[in-house]
Design a binder for this molecule. Sequence first.
Ligand code: XCC
Ligand code: SF4
Length: 625
Amino acid sequence: MAKERKPIEEKSIWDDARQMLHKAERDGIDTAWDRLEHQTPHCTSCESGLSCRNCTMGPCRISKKAPLGVCGADGDVIVARNFGRFVSGGCAGHSDHGRDCIEALHAVAHGLTEDYSIKDEAKLLRIASELKISTEGRLVLEVAKDLCNEFFANYGSTIDELSFLCRVPEKRKQIWKNLGITPRGVDREIAEMMHRTHMGCDNDAANTMLHTARTSLADGWAGSMIATEISDILFGTPSPRKSAVNLGVIKKDQVNILVHGHNPIVSEKIVEAVNDPELIALAKEKGAAGINLAGLCCTGNELMMRQGIPMAGNHLMTELAIVTGAVELIVVDYQCIMPSMVTIGNCYHTKMVTTADKAKFTGAEHVKFEMHNGMAQARKVVRMAIERFGLRNDKRVEIPEGTIELVTGFSNEVLLGAMGGTLTPLVDAIKAGKIRGAVAIVGCNNPKYQQDYCNVNLTKELIKKDILVLVTGCVTTATGKAGLLVPEAIEMAGPGLKEICASLGIPPVLHMGSCVDNARVLQLAALLANELGVDISDLPLAGSSPEWYSEKAAAIGTYCVASGIYTHLGHPPNITGSEIVTNLALEGLDNLLGACFGIEPDPFKAAELIDQRIRQKRKALGLGE
Ligand code: XCC
Ligand code: SF4
């Protein structure tokens, strides 16, 4: 029996997406939504985490009839092992990105590149001092070398404690110590997870879950945090600037280049290359009015935060951007890049260029970016895009109209600066109940949901309740398109939040960056806790990832919880096959870590759930409503 197809209007809340989904249908192109239909119904064993492929006595599938794997592992052990590896995959992604950032800074410090430099020396020196690296009377590059060594050490097993644990409130560190989950080294925790989940090792679900928390902490407080801090050092700490969002940022009369992925090391050079007068002249020679650059996903976030480059779209817009027929070239680094983009590109004239040896795509052209040749390679890529302009078929071009303005660039440095260098105004606003709490809404799109319905509605509900919202990752695009990232959005906020944001001239929803930049949220939470002399779990804070899909999002959610921040998810990870693991995630962790997960697909109910939590926390702190 043929399955009934979901109407296009139910796939996304956005006009630009719907218009392109109609065009895709006309052009005979399948997207993630279509492929999801082909993949469903999903295997229920896999969905509940009850299948194991960790050895060749199996694969095993746990059921009432067969409650044990061949080795004797039960459902709880299998679910916990699968979840542990899942989260570790995400930690590896963020943290390996962080390692690439250290290597970049290392190359700069050792004079191995002329293409990159230190843009924010003050931040470099500030972080060095924070980590007790001497700066007095030393050359900046010498300090940078020491900082690199310190960061590299965070990946191995030579230190007892990660460097940035100096930011963590004492009470939180004590909780980790008591549970034996103080993170030691990024690579160490990830490798240990692979070891523990090998057949015949950690066969206690709760114990595996604790190591999952520990591994995620190494991501949040080291891998991701290092990525963020070094990106600021190399490319500048973000500050408020205007930008725009929607597929309408793609321009009909120009050579269009999209950057996609996560690490700004490639895309920052592309920004420079598209501004090269020689290349602009070449584009004009070929009949284009200029060269237009826009971002997708987190590389887009990185460029928007620091350079104001417009955002074409989030995760589920990446395929649809190609369907405009007006994109000459997409240059990618790694993570969240659908391999289908190569195929869809081939249906038009869109070339896909990969840049990292660890993320090659069959059918794409590989232009390897290294620290010593970044600029030359960027020029090469831009020239390739210009060459393709002539191949565009104007009859197949259709670009959704209109763009939405937004304000980006809210780093912690900026927030502190806006408050005169202290957190006191924020603390006062929280105490007075004008800002009742803060929630970081992060993460992705997932074709199982109507695109951005939950992301947008949860945000709107929370600001109505005088809860400040911080966004990163693909939620940025969602809230940007909904007009929530401009100061005028205070009209949608409750009276207290409106008053405070108006006085600071900021939107009620603040864009703090890409997915690794959730480390900024952790840092802010820690600063706030230290200011009040409490633990992070005492604060009226929460996290949420309504439409998440990736291993990385699971890693973020887990390090939030392990750091003491209650975290809402739109749907559970594949753990529901184990009562022990599920109860631990939804309740048990609350006793151990002072925070747990909450699951709720409906954004309005989720807002209530989060609001309840914030109410409790305020009450416990002796704060009124
Ligand atoms: Fe990927 Fe970071 Fe998710 Fe977007 S939000 S779909 S992980 S790009 Ni992180
Ligand atoms: Fe089956 Fe155990 Fe092997 Fe997993 S580790 S596949 S449960 S025998």
